[in-house]
Design a protein around this ligand. Structure first.
Ligand SMILES: *[C@@H]1O[C@H](CO)[C@@H](O)[C@H](O)[C@H]1NC(C)=O
Ligand SMILES: *[C@@H]1O[C@H](CO)[C@@H](O)[C@H](O)[C@H]1NC(C)=O
Ligand SMILES: *[C@@H]1O[C@H](CO)[C@@H](O)[C@H](O)[C@H]1NC(C)=O
Length: 707
């Protein structure tokens, strides 16, 4: 990123007519330099700004004062009703966003799809005596939602089923918890597993219980008072019936390939056992009737379980669930600003719109911020600004069912996006409390950091976001986006587009519950809406730089440095580094290429625009920067999960793993534990070579020369 103001270089022609002696020229130069050194501290005048390339950024940031009320008002409007994907109120929310994007002066369009979604049809839960007599019917409603405005708590894609069985408490349902149960001699087979919600993907928790032979699963939250809805499908994102290609809209007569729900490829992605989220109160009702070995001290939580066992039984749980799995229409909404000089290069900002309940945090804090970015861009348009590259604002649908709206769109436009997408900037839950967090592909780290230095901190007067971000972590922490929990997944993991993900606050207690309301946001999350404003400003300013900077603000030295850190971490894990030699060598190659690119970028930035072919040279250089990320993809993708093509940043196969890089190597290490020594090592070495080759490809794309 470029600094906010640089003195204009003097015009050599004004001296040429002087025919002065060299000493006169030297004197003039000295005076000139003195003049500049004296006036440097003076801030640029408004007029100077208006003519400098940073003028749109300054104008963009100056548009904030009214934001508090507009952002709050958008959030209020978007969260009046629950708007689960595929329901009529979801269509109302889509219309709202469409009209506001249009009102801001953006060109709008929509794209409909008809994927397979999943809703609850019926469910029941009761606690029975060991002899089968009814002890107590249990409510599956959410205590926090007395009017039952939202969809009842459920797990999307959990299959129908009826279970009458004793329960076993499995703590968080992790591998280590089952090993502890093994040591206690407790068998889960045929039982109802009851877990408290920990970290990690809920679908992985259900899958592990199924592997352990559980007949059904109930999951509760330890705290917060709500009941957490969520999806439990496995491996892969997007419409389950069209893995790897876009589903069609029903309006198109349903033309296009769609797998059957019984297709093996589809079935293995659905959970094998019925499951259901329950309130903590309901979980306690069951847990306190359990006998068997004592609950281990660490497994006791907010719920008092001192006197109870982990089961199984002796009471019985009668759980029935009927799923309504059906094709439903979803709608992505877009607002576009066509680029003036490079209309075929896309800077894409996106947020999902569908919510499990009212969605004040998840995701409409992000939607309100998106609409504010649109408003400000609209004002810039009125002032005569046109971006160099095309900007697209996206409002995705059905993210909660597995990033379906964004994934179908990426799959449908894969060819275009592969050749033309510069970046994807994601915001899901913009605000769930205090503290700034970000994830990015590493060539964007520097830009992200620079931009946060320009944004006022929402909570501390006189500080910048950068300041408090550093203070919070004693340094800058930027996550690597190997998660599949938001709409960046298809862009990064499948299409190899550089991404950034932004948010304020973590661990929202009302996550996916009926407590995710405007009232909560106004009372607790962001009473002044200043955090919303900060996210909108960081997001929009990132968009402006990426759309307008003549040379893309991509830094591959940072990428190479991060890859070296990952490799060192892995080396410690693999007991020594000789295995990793190929990766180390290719990172050195990438570092050399990144150094050269950094020098070349500086030269291109300084070049007079008058120079012959300067624009073409910059464009060719920018294309190398853009396509370097694409080189980390491999066509056949990860083993057993071919849709994930990014060999550096995709999710690892094991849902409990929190390693966020080199998924193929991480998977191979996990697999090696199951094989004989030699065989496993070969698998690891192969994955190491694949990563090494991907980095080498990137180095060569960045260099731009054939080898
Ligand atoms: C906007 O901020 C003011 C204080 O600056 C506050 O009183 C007001 O309630 C906020 N507006 C909304 C709609 O929240
Ligand atoms: C929210 O809805 C109300 C009522 O339709 C409308 O007057 C207001 O302008 C909307 N807010 C925004 C920011 O568009
Ligand atoms: C279990 O629940 C189902 C559904 O409510 C009910 O039809 C069935 O009779 C119950 N079974 C027992 C043994 O109570």
């Amino acid at each position: 990123m470029r600094s906010s103001h640089s003195p204009r270089p003097y015009n050599p022609h004004s001296f040429s007519s002087l025919r002065a002696s060299p000493s006169l020229i030297l004197l003039a130069l000295l005076l000139f330099l003195l003049f500049y050194s004296l006036r440097r501290p003076t801030p640029p005048s408004r007029n100077a700004l208006a003519h400098s390339p940073t003028a749109p950024a300054a104008l963009f940031l100056s548009l904030s004062p009214s934001a508090n009320s507009t952002i709050a008002s958008h959030l209020r409007n978007l969260t009046l009703r629950p708007h689960l994907a595929g329901t009529p109120s979801a269509a109302t929310a889509a219309t709202y966003v469409l009209s506001r994007l249009r009102g801001a002066g953006l060109r709008t369009f929509t794209r409909d799809y008809t994927p397979l979604l999943s809703y609850p049809a019926a469910a029941s839960l009761a606690l029975l005596r060991p002899d089968g007599a009814l002890l107590k019917p249990l409510s599956l409603a959410e205590p926090a939602d007395p009017t039952a405005a939202a969809v009842p708590p459920y797990h999307a894609y959990a299959p129908s089923g009826a279970t009458l069985a004793p329960a076993v408490y499995v703590n968080y349902g992790r591998e280590e918890d089952y090993l502890a149960l093994d040591r206690l001699g407790v068998r889960l087979r045929g039982c109802v597993a009851i877990a408290r919600r920990g970290e990690g993907y809920r679908g992985g928790v259900v899958a592990r219980a199924a592997e352990r032979g559980a007949a059904a699963m109930l999951i509760f939250r330890d705290s917060g008072g709500g009941v957490e809805r969520g999806m439990v499908r496995l491996g892969g994102v997007g419409d389950p019936l069209t893995p790897g290609w876009a589903t069609t809209a029903s309006a198109g007569g349903g033309r296009g390939e769609r797998l059957g729900a019984d297709d093996e490829e589809v079935r293995r992605r659905f959970p094998k056992i019925p499951s259901m989220p329950v309130s903590a109160a309901v979980a306690v009702e069951i847990l306190r009737t359990l006998g068997g070995p004592r609950v281990p001290p660490k497994w006791r939580s907010a719920l008092s379980q001192d006197e109870t066992g982990v089961g199984p039984g002796p009471t019985l749980v009668n759980f029935t669930y009927k799923e309504d799995r059906k094709l439903a229409t979803i709608q992505n909404v877009f607002g576009m600003i066509r680029g003036n000089e490079e209309p075929d290069r896309y800077v894409i900002l996106g947020n999902h719109r569908d919510a499990w309940t009212f969605g004040a945090v998840d995701p409409n804090s992000g939607t309100a911020a998106l609409l504010d970015v649109a408003r400000r861009y609209g004002t810039l348009l009125q002032s005569g600004w046109r971006p160099r590259r095309t900007i697209i604002l996206c409002s995705w649908d059905a993210e909660e069912f597995g990033m379906i709206g964004s994934t179908e769109w990426v799959e449908q436009n894969l060819g275009i996006l592969s050749s033309k997408a510069v970046v994807y900037l994601n915001v899901d839950c913009a605000v769930q409390g205090p503290g700034f967090f970000a994830g990015a592909t590493p060539q964007l780290d520097k830009l992200l950091v620079e931009v946060t230095k320009e944004i006022k901190d929402p909570d501390l007067e006189g500080k910048t976001v950068y300041h408090t971000w550093v203070a919070m972590n004693s340094g800058i922490i930027i996550e690597r986006l190997a998660r599949t929990d938001s709409d960046f997944s298809a862009f990064l993991h499948h299409a190899g587009v550089p991404v950034i993900d932004l948010y304020y606050g973590k661990e929202f207690s009302g996550y996916h519950t009926a407590l995710d309301t405007y009232d909560w946001m106004e009372k607790h999350g962001d009473p002044m809406f200043h955090r919303h404003v900060a996210i909108a400003e960081i997001w929009g300013l990132l968009g402006l730089h990426l759309a307008d900077d003549p040379v893309l603000p991509f830094d591959y030295l940072s990428y190479a440095a991060r890859l070296q850190e990952h490799t060192n971490e892995l080396s410690a894990f693999l007991n020594g580094g000789e295995f990793l030699q190929p990766v180390n060598a290719s990172i050195r190659e990438l570092t050399v290429a990144a150094n050269e690119a950094s020098e070349e970028g500086k030269r291109l930035q300084e070049q007079e625009t008058m120079e012959h072919f300067a624009a073409l040279k910059r464009r060719a250089f920018n294309d190398r920067l853009m396509l370097t990320e694409r080189s980390f993809l491999e066509a056949e993708g990860l083993k057993r999960r071919g849709w994930f093509k990014h060999l550096l940043y995709s999710p690892p196969e094991d849902y409990e793993s929190n390693v966020s890089f080199f998924p193929g190597i991480v998977d191979a290490i996990a697999q090696a534990r199951k094989f004989a020594e030699g065989e496993g090592q070969l698998g690891i070495q192969h994955e190491i070579w694949r990563v090494a080759r991907a980095i080498q490809r990137a180095a060569s794309v960045l260099r731009g020369e054939l080898t």
